[in-house]
Design a protein around this ligand. Structure first.
Ligand SMILES: Nc1ncnc2c1ncn2[C@@H]1O[C@H](COP(=O)(O)OP(=O)(O)OP(=O)(O)O)[C@@H](O)[C@H]1O
Ligand SMILES: [Mg+2]
Length: 449
């Protein structure tokens, strides 16, 4: 201690210098007053600090309860992990999702609550210095894996900027996926229906066009028909005339007959007229078929025995095609439907006809006709083991006059007529190529007609 520095009193009483008798000098009293004043100031400072502290504490508690209430009310899952991936905090949504108590969850490594296949993926985001990122995970619960969740991992930093762990947030997307899938399916269905509607509209307009043309053709065909019959009568008369005149004619007349080739002309007339008649007959058959469609025959509906109609149609088709293919028939017994028997019969004949054409030339040609009930419909399926429908024919084969057969062999009306009749009955026809080869045509008709 330096000699010029006054020595410090041992305590406050010593500082105040109270004598043994307790009497205070004037100087000592002022020191006391100073002490009491300082104590007062310190005390009031203490009181102020205390009330400041209490206010801050109240604010802190309020902020904490605000944050807790926000975290508790979010429906997304949230978990806070430390740098080793151990769970430090989990919100109620996460606790509920996992179905474990919060106490058991805290301290558990996060990968432990993730299904095994997804753990490696989660670990990529949990190691120190891992980047923030999104992934899809499923969590394991007592009742099995959860729906797929869209998860986001973000890094967590302390006040010095050091990464101290990660925060995971997420929500289920399984439901969203299913909704998207349903939407996608609905969209495809809609596209299919739209295509079908356009197709139907196209067929309907073609139908109107063809029916109109058929109507217009009807008159000229009857002229041709009538005139050819008259021509045939005239031909007979002319032949008789020339046969009798030959006996009376002289050399000059005989030369004229040779010059104008009367004999070969008369001989040609018969096949020419017969050919014309045959052509006119074919045209009138086509027109008759087309015109039949322009009538609505729904009112002529009757109860049809499917087994019988299929058997008769198979017989007819086999007889007309003189094809060596085997025709197998398999019809659910007692199957009936309401419709125009003649027209439905025509469809089945057309389909079997086509199938027989498709297997022509094959020694192992088989055509099978099956019929069964399906919901409120009857399905008649005609299959063959021919070459199948060419890709280029798929879009057009139900259109009138579309054929891949040679001229005179097919008119391209069979499927169009069949399709139109089926639609008129509230049904449909569709075709596929069978994986094992050949085509399958399905006629679907409502039982009620
Ligand atoms: N079973 C089948 N296998 C392969 N192609 C088929 C089959 N059925 C129909 N087709 C195709 O569809 C086309 C149209 O058939 P559609 O019955 O309308 O006419 P067509 O048989 O050619 O002539 P029509 O029936 O008027 O005598 C056929 O030319 C053929 O190309
Ligand atoms: Mg045909």
């Amino acid at each position: 201690m330096s000699p010029d520095r006054p020595s410090r009193p041992e305590n406050i009483l010593a500082l105040a210098g109270a004598g043994e008798d307790g009497e205070l000098s004037d100087g000592q009293e002022s020191v006391w007053q100073e002490v009491v004043k300082r104590v007062d100031e310190v005390y009031s400072d203490l009181l102020r600090y205390e009330s400041d502290l209490e206010a801050k504490n109240a604010e802190l508690e309020e902020a904490q309860s605000f944050i807790s209430s926000v975290i508790a009310s979010v429906s997304d899952i949230l978990a806070v992990c430390d740098a080793e991936g151990k769970i430090l905090q989990a919100n109620p949504a996460f606790v509920t999702l996992l179905g474990r108590s919060e106490a058991k969850l805290i301290g558990a490594p996060l990968p432990e609550v993730i299904v095994e296949e997804d753990r490696a993926l989660a670990r990529q985001f949990l190691h120190a210095g891992a980047p923030a990122g999104d992934c899809e995970l499923r969590f394991s619960t007592a009742s099995g894996p959860t729906d797929v969740m869209a998860i986001n991992f973000s890094s967590r930093f302390d006040h010095t900027g050091r990464c101290v762990g990660a925060v995971l947030t997420g929500r289920p997307i399984g439901e969203l996926r299913r909704a998207y899938q349903a939407l996608h399916t609905a969209h495809l269905d809609l596209q299919h229906v739209q295509k079908k509607l356009i197709e139907q509209e196209k067929m309907a307009s073609l139908g109107r066009l063809v029916a109109g043309v058929a109507h217009e053709l009807n008159n000229p065909i009857s002229f041709v028909y009538g005139n050819v019959h008259v021509l045939e009568r005239y031909r007979k008369n002319l032949s008789n005339y020339f046969a009798e005149a030959e006996k009376l004619e002289d050399a000059a007349a005989a030369a004229l007959r040779t010059k104008y080739r009367i004999e070969p002309i008369l001989a040609d007339l018969t096949p020419l007229i017969e050919g014309t008649l045959e052509g006119a007959h074919r045209i009138s058959e086509i027109v008759k078929n087309l015109r039949r469609l322009s009538f609505n025959r729904a009112h002529e509906a009757q109860k049809i025995d499917v087994e019988r109609i299929v058997a008769v149609a198979a017989q007819w088709a086999a007889r007309s095609k003189k094809n060596q293919a085997r025709i197998g028939v398999d019809v659910e017994s007692g199957l009936t439907l309401w419709g125009n028997e003649g027209q439905i019969h025509q469809i089945v004949v057309n389909l079997i006809d086509n199938a027989l054409d498709a297997v022509r030339g094959r020694v192992d040609g088989v055509v099978s006709v099956r019929a069964h009930a399906l919901g409120g419909d009857v399905e008649i399926v005609v299959e063959d083991n021919g070459g199948g429908i060419p890709e280029s024919a798929f879009d057009k084969m139900f259109e009138p006059f579309f054929t891949t057969k040679t001229v005179g062999e097919g008119t391209g009306l069979g499927l169009w007529i069949s399709y139109s009749i089926a639609r008129e009955h509230g049904g449909d026809i569709f075709a596929v190529n069978r994986p094992e080869g050949g085509a399958a045509f399905t006629l679907r008709l409502p039982v009620g007609g």
